[in-house]
Ligand binder design. Structure first.
Ligand SMILES: Cc1cc2nc3c(=O)[nH]c(=O)nc-3n(C[C@H](O)[C@H](O)[C@H](O)COP(=O)(O)O)c2cc1C
Length: 211
């Protein structure tokens, strides 16, 4: 793994420095190496049964970003950021079990019996209506968060976006029915700082033991 572009920021500094940046230097280009590094680190996100319920649709040329601009209701970060990553939820990630577990078995990380038992468990769970979609959205959201933090560690800024027309995104970018867009994330160099944001206090959001 190339680490040349990773900064030496500690994790808590990365957390403090990440904000949703909406104004980007439109002239800044990310290299292919940087984009690959961003995605490689993002790939390390956890997922249920390690099924890796995501795909990354990377809009890196101007034509693709401009096509997404009206779909995202004209949010300028879509056209001006260096790249926009459409995080896709894999609604049929149960199909990933075979290749993921075979690789673990071949490497000696998992006995064959465990693989067979897990596949049975997964196929059972995926019979539950809505399971594929729920799992896809939940797990791809973890990858989305990881991508934003990795980007910050690489000295890039991001903005997650749920404000876009999902059906138009699917139609315009020919996203196969297996996948649904979870969110768009702009990645680039800030031209203006993010708006400050506040958070509830821990007391307001924490319930100890039971409601
Ligand atoms: C799922 C999700 C959807 C969001 N959608 C948008 C969006 O469409 N446009 C936008 O400008 N910001 C969007 N945001 C950014 C939030 O407004 C932002 O995270 C929040 O105000 C807190 O600010 P901070 O990220 O700078 O800490 C979204 C954030 C999340 C997590």
């Amino acid at each position: 793994m190339a680490t040349a572009t990773l900064t030496k920021k500690d994790f808590f500094t990365v957390l403090d420095d990440r904000h949703s940046v909406k104004s980007y230097d439109a002239s800044h280009k990310m290299t292919k190496e940087e984009i690959n590094q961003l995605l490689e680190e993002t790939q390390k996100a956890p997922s249920a049964w390690n099924l890796q319920h995501w795909k990354f649709l990377v809009l890196e040329n101007q034509a693709a970003k401009d096509k997404a601009l009206p779909i995202a209701y004209g949010q300028r970060q879509v056209a001006d950021a260096s790249i926009v990553v459409c995080i896709l939820a894999d609604t049929e990630a149960n199909k990933n079990a075979q290749p993921v577990f075979s690789s673990a078995v071949n490497k000696g990380y998992m006995p064959q019996e465990v693989m067979d038992s897990l596949i049975g468990q997964i196929e059972g769970a995926y019979q539950i209506p809505g399971m594929g979609k729920d799992q896809g959205i939940m797990n791809s959201s973890l990858a989305a968060m990881q991508l934003m933090l990795v980007a910050k560690a690489m000295d890039y800024d991001t903005c997650p976006m749920g404000g876009f027309d999902r059906q138009k995104m699917i139609d315009e970018f020919q996203i196969p029915p297996r996948y649904i867009p979870t969110m768009l994330i702009s990645v680039g160099k800030a031209k203006e700082p993010a708006y400050p944001s506040t958070r509830f206090s821990i007391e307001e959001v924490t319930i100890w033991n039971s409601f």
